[in-house]
Design a protein around this ligand. Structure first.
Ligand code: NAD
Length: 691
């Protein structure tokens, strides 16, 4: 049997050769019988370590003692089973002005300099993730030992920042500077083997060999990673200037400077000071403090916090361990595979046995994309059971129906399930366009029936709408919310309104784009307008991606239930569907997908008017959803739109963006568009009442 994590963590108190290991702060320190010093970060009242001002000050105090009586080697590690450290305390940082930030960072840098300058070898032992400031602390050590499964990353760019605790200086000094810049510019994480290949991890080992590995370092048996040829090449300013030009061009393709200044600032610092660590450190501090004050960073931090808000919306422990999925098509297969990977026992049924086979392949693929090792992949596949006869329904705590989008077929499925499903189990449907309340006729228990609307692809889109109809009990909703969190997805509670929240808001935007094509606007120009606004892909590409048949289904169903706002469904959409050009899945829609991706939009340009014509109908639908109580509040709405559609996160969400422009301005713009283009732009009363 495996020993519990805590047993491996550090030598037990008994072995700590008489040294103390006080436990009232965030750090504990003690020496073991081999005179190795163990400095364990274990933040009080938190399940995850973050690096705050107080954590660094306390580290500084420990360094007083360690400098005075150095151990043979000093080990830094985490006392949390969750991982090494998740990064800086972003809540505290977000409240500071530029001057306070610069002062705090200078003090923090001084502490890491002390750590770096210790006379004994220093070793960061990393299990789980070392991110942001956590990784930067590990970079200030002489060696890094990675436990299998460890990962290292500097994701600050996702918050509109770059590393601020010496990462911009130490990572390019440690590994190939181009790889270091790549990691910081993309925010991507290096998993164990990759980290070793890059030279971030000096040793990769199992938890049980950590003590032996630290002793080997203390005895001088492990060579420290040496900077390679590339490091020397880029100490020349001319080489950095050339490489920086290339980097800027690459970044420009994905993140224009006026929306995302941080990567450009990072390139600038490296190009200018890459051979002078002191100057680079000063520039890093000044630039970080400045970036933290930008609207982009404030809004990206807002998006980060909204993610926490959605997670905390789910109260209580999840009591759902067994899940039965009905229908193994595009969605059912993904839901089943994802659920199994996240630890649920999953059975999946479908009359089409080939679909069940594909579900297993899908699970293996999802594990690969999530960098699961072969043990974790095997465990996932063990938990996922193809179940052609649907026996799993008897034992499941939750049954998710993901059959065809047809009320009669769904009614049949529910009637069949009613005979099998166990008392107390929840039945949920993944329908995107049907009225949930109208599906209750054959369900076994209406109070335990709800919508659980996952988005495609489930492993990439974190949001799930938990849809209550009139009779769904609060307990059912709460259990479903907790279930979503337990499978690492973000739940938002919505009501059973047409299109729920996300499709209701997205559809007017997609349809306006298709109408613009009908009017003769080139599709590339339309997509360019949305990309320039900051959407992750243009609406025409998105429609192709979702599937034009699905768009047509949702549009028609919304049209029936929403008088006026969706007065038409563009003829072009019907024509495409009739011709069988359904988008990506058939190789052709509005774009040609035969090579896997559509021909990229070239040098199309877009005007502000065009952008408003696309974005304002979406904002107006959001306002309507708030007025009708489809979603509880603006923050939930903004979070849902960011995490389901990728709505320009640097704008903080659609309602935050509307508030930035002013509700009065939005109202006036909609009125002008209504005059020009008709009733679909008529402003929702919400704007006037909340102006
Ligand atoms: P799909 O057509 O890919 O899959 C449906 C599956 O159900 C097929 O494998 C089919 O063999 C199976 N099936 C047919 N009759 C069945 C029965 N009686 N019992 C069990 N299985 C049966 O459809 P999909 O795109 O996966 O959509 C499934 C549901 O998810 C729909 O309600 C849809 O609205 C919703 N949804 C789809 C998407 C999307 O992007 N595709 C996104 C969100 C929600």
């Amino acid at each position: 049997m495996n020993k519990p994590f805590q047993d491996y963590l550090a030598p037990s108190m008994l072995e700590l050769g008489g040294a103390d290991m006080p436990g009232d702060g965030d750090w504990r320190y003690g020496q073991d019988t081999d005179q190795i010093g163990w400095l364990v970060l274990d933040r009080k009242d938190a399940s995850v370590n973050t690096i705050s001002d107080s954590v660094l000050r306390e580290l500084d105090t420990h360094l007083d003692r360690i400098e005075a009586a150095p151990p043979r080697a000093l080990v830094l590690r985490s006392g949390k089973s969750a991982g090494f450290a998740a990064g800086a305390d972003i809540h505290a940082l977000a409240k500071m002005d530029a001057e306070q930030t610069a002062k705090l960072l200078s003090e923090a840098h001084a502490v890491l300099h002390r750590l770096e300058g210790l006379s004994c070898p220093t070793i960061a032992v990393v299990h789980g993730a070392a991110l942001g400031a956590g990784f930067e602390m590990a970079l200030a050590c002489d060696y890094r030992i990675a436990i299998e499964g460890a990962s290292f990353g500097l994701p600050e760019v996702q918050l509109g920042l770059h590393p601020g605790l010496g990462g911009t200086v130490r990572l390019p000094a440690l590994i190939d500077p181009l790889q270091a810049m790549q990691m910081m510019l993309t925010g991507k994480t290096a998993h164990t083997r990759r980290a070793q290949d890059l030279g971030i991890a000096d040793i990769v080992t199992e938890e049980r060999h950590v003590r032996a590995a630290t002793l080997a370092v203390a005895r001088g048996e492990v060579d420290q990673h040496k900077r390679g040829l590339m490091g020397h090449a880029f100490s020349l300013s001319a080489a950095r200037i050339l490489a920086a030009d290339r980097m800027r061009r690459e970044v420009q393709k994905k993140a224009p400077k006026h929306h995302y200044p941080a990567p450009y600032a990072l390139i600038e610092i490296w190009a200018e000071h890459g051979n002078d660590p002191n100057a680079m450190q000063k520039a890093e501090i000044a630039s970080f403090a400045k970036l933290l004050q930008t609207e982009t960073s404030k809004n990206l931090i807002r998006a980060f916090m909204l993610r926490q808000t959605l997670k905390s919306g789910a109260k209580g422990e999840c009591d759902i361990a067994r899940v039965h999925v009905v229908g193994a098509g595009v969605m059912g297969a993904e839901i089943a595979a994802w659920g199994a990977m996240q630890g649920k026992q999953v059975t999946v049924t479908d009359p089409d046995e080939a679909a069940l086979g594909k579900t297993i392949q899908q699970a293996a693929q999802i594990c690969k994309q999530a960098h699961k090792d072969r043990h974790a992949t095997r465990d996932t596949l063990d938990r996922l059971m193809p179940d052609p006869r649907g026996y799993g329904a008897r034992h499941a705590d939750l049954v998710i129906e993901a059959g065809p989008e047809n009320p009669e077929v769904k009614a049949k499925i529910f009637a069949e399930l009613a005979k099998r499903i166990k008392t107390g189990a929840i039945l949920a449907t993944n329908t995107s366009s049907l009225h949930i309340g109208a599906l209750t006729k054959h369900v076994p228990d209406t109070a335990r029936f709800a919508g659980l609307h996952f988005f495609n692809p489930v492993n990439k889109v974190p949001l799930v709408e938990v849809v209550s109809h009139d009779a769904t009990s609060p307990d059912t909703r709460a259990r479903l919310m907790a279930f979503c969190t337990s499978i690492n997805r973000l739940p938002v509670a919505v009501t059973d309104a047409p299109g729920f929240l996300v499709n209701r808001a997205l559809m007017p935007y997609l349809l306006e784009a298709l109408l613009l094509i009908d009017e003769g606007t080139p599709k590339e120009r339309i997509d360019r307008a949305a990309l320039d606004f900051g959407m992750p892909m243009g609406p025409v590409t998105l429609a192709d991606q979702v599937g034009l048949d699905i768009c047509l289904d949702v549009a028609q169903s919304l049209q029936k239930s929403l008088d006026g706002k969706i007065a038409y469904v563009p003829a072009l959409l019907r024509d495409k569907v009739e011709a069988g050009d359904l988008g990506r899945k058939t190789g052709r829609g509005f774009y040609d997908w035969s090579n896997g991706t559509p021909t990229p939009a070239t040098n199309a340009t877009a005007s502000e008017d065009l952008t408003d014509r696309l974005i304002l109908p979406m904002l107006d639908a959001c306002a309507e959803c708030l007025r009708k109580g489809v979603v509880a509040n603006r923050d939930d709405l903004d979070a849902a739109m960011i995490f389901a559609t990728g709505f320009a996160p640097f704008r903080g969400g659609p309602m935050h963006y509307a508030a930035t422009r002013g509700f009065g301005t939005i109202h006036t713009r909609l009125e002008a568009l209504e005059k020009e283009f008709g009733a679909r732009f008529q402003p929702d009363p919400y704007w006037a009442t909340h102006a």
